[in-house]
Write a protein that binds this ligand. Sequence first.
Ligand code: GLC
Length: 647
Amino acid sequence: MHFMLGGQQASTYQRGRNQLAAALKKSPQAVDALARFDRFAPDLWDGLAAVYDVEIVWPAVLDVIASAITARPSALIERDRIRQLQPDWFQLPETVGYVAYTDHFAGDLNGIENSIDYLKDLGITYLHLMPLLRPRTGENDGGYAVADYKSVRPDLGTIDDLESLATSLHANGIALTLDLVLNHVAEQHEWAVKARNGEEKYRNYFLMYPDRTVPDQYEATLPEVFPDFAPGNFTWDESSQLWVWTTFNSWQWDLNWANPDVFCEFVDILTYLANKGVDCFRLDAIAFLWKRLGTNSQNQPEVHSLTQGLRAALRIAAPSVIFKAEAIVAPSDLVAYLGTGEHAGKVSDLAYHNSLMVQAWSTLAIGEGRLMAQALQRFAPIPTTTAWATYLRCHDDIGWAIDDADAGAIGVSGYDHRAYISGYYGGELPQSPARGAHFQVNPLTGDRRTSGSAASLAGIESAIEAKDDQALDLAINRLMCGYSMIFGFGGLPLLYMGDEIGLLNDVTYRKNPALAGDNRWMHRPHMPWDVVAQRNSRATVAGQVFARMSALISARKSLASLHAATAPVVFATDNPAVVAFRRRHPAGDLVELYNVSAQTQILPTHSAWPLNNANAIDAITGSLVDLTEQTITMAPYAVWWLTAQPS
Ligand code: GLC
């Protein structure tokens, strides 16, 4: 550690420590908390010093931290102790995530408590409940327009219900993740109301301009996130007569993170929710936090300093808590969210691997894996204390983030490839079995994103409609091929609610005027518990998918080589239709082979190195695979997770 401060700064730093010591004087937590201060305060200081006048913000932040430590319930202090003994808990092969809307999955928070057995049955140990804090009324972007961070959406329950749910989840070995929407608040949030009413302090929480001069300067280089329903990045606010920065919808007001008060507010919110039992925060739209003229105002270096500061504050106040970055950005910008350079290992613990998700769908559309291998091989390594959050589907659309350079490296045009796969999944190509829809078509950039459930995108919906059993088998295999990549890559796999029973698109949202304009709701279905009740019957699609998903989860949990600290090597085998993930691990090597095509494929056995020349066992089905011949043959969409046969 090179942390050295001189003169005035050293004494400010030390005063902060004394301040914490004084606040905790009588607390049995004082010794541990001060040890955590000594360990993490340098990260906090550096994060703050990079963006603020640290001398001023330091005592204010420590004040919030001290109150949070004092308020931490004893059961969570015990949880902190256990997590600190196993800091890699989220990297373990045993950790499996599930993502659900509280109401769509189980009605309300009490309903979730009643669904714990179902989750345990499936092997889930990490539950992300989609936004559930009190949003604005009317349209609220699926809860991503928060009006109050300290209360729960009334129809879902109360803060006490949330706390009691967290306790039950913990008792059943399940960690709880909530969204922390930190780029913006709802225009009804009290900060926004006060800003609108002219309170200077709160005007400084937002980015507000008297005329178009500054907004137009920024607009020159800003992209649009929702060009269809929220064009532009600024909204005229009638009552204050000011232009407000609104990257997303007009009623989601971007916060001014250059203001240290905003930082302190969020330390307060984070620790408040952490003290209710939240284990992990999904940092929503984190890439957008810092604005810089002349840029696209995404991925700015300050974002990482701010995240480092927030994480260090939490490590001192609630050390079992981790962060998951939602940065849906270009591959070259992504690794920084897990920490590169001075921030290595000091920012988010998890980050969504949107590239893996895009490559999985892309490879299944074209039936060959060279582009996937090229794109994933180019990724820089991640800190060994972090993990990718891997997923095939989530509540959002799929943005086809295929890099032009990657496409060029295998001799295809990035633009043409993006046009092809968005057409393939967006329901445009007659030969495609996928049933999705375009989201936010941007004629200026040619960009078309895609909505649709995993099962519908994989072809299950069209096969059922056509009553074509063969196509249905193929579609289930295609879905499972994609999900196997997600479970086998290494990292924390996230199962999106309903995918375990192959739920199709749900278009009932169109009847609700508050949702009708946003087709992302087609892949946010309600859990049909009558179907779930039949999950053990192989006679239904739901039963078949459920059995396959359960087998995949069990296989994953049995493989030490899937610990996230081991990086996979992804490569195209000599047969371009078969992609391989190789994971070398002291507890035993794992070679995963994926036939991403709808045809039978033959490939040389040396692709399975270092397991060739012997028999291997497929960890998913338990079957023996003969690797002593020259070649191996894989059925359409076959997946093999090969391990050495025990001697
Ligand atoms: C994230 C969410 C998305 C939301 C946006 C704005 O990207 O996943 O659903 O629209 O942030 O909060």
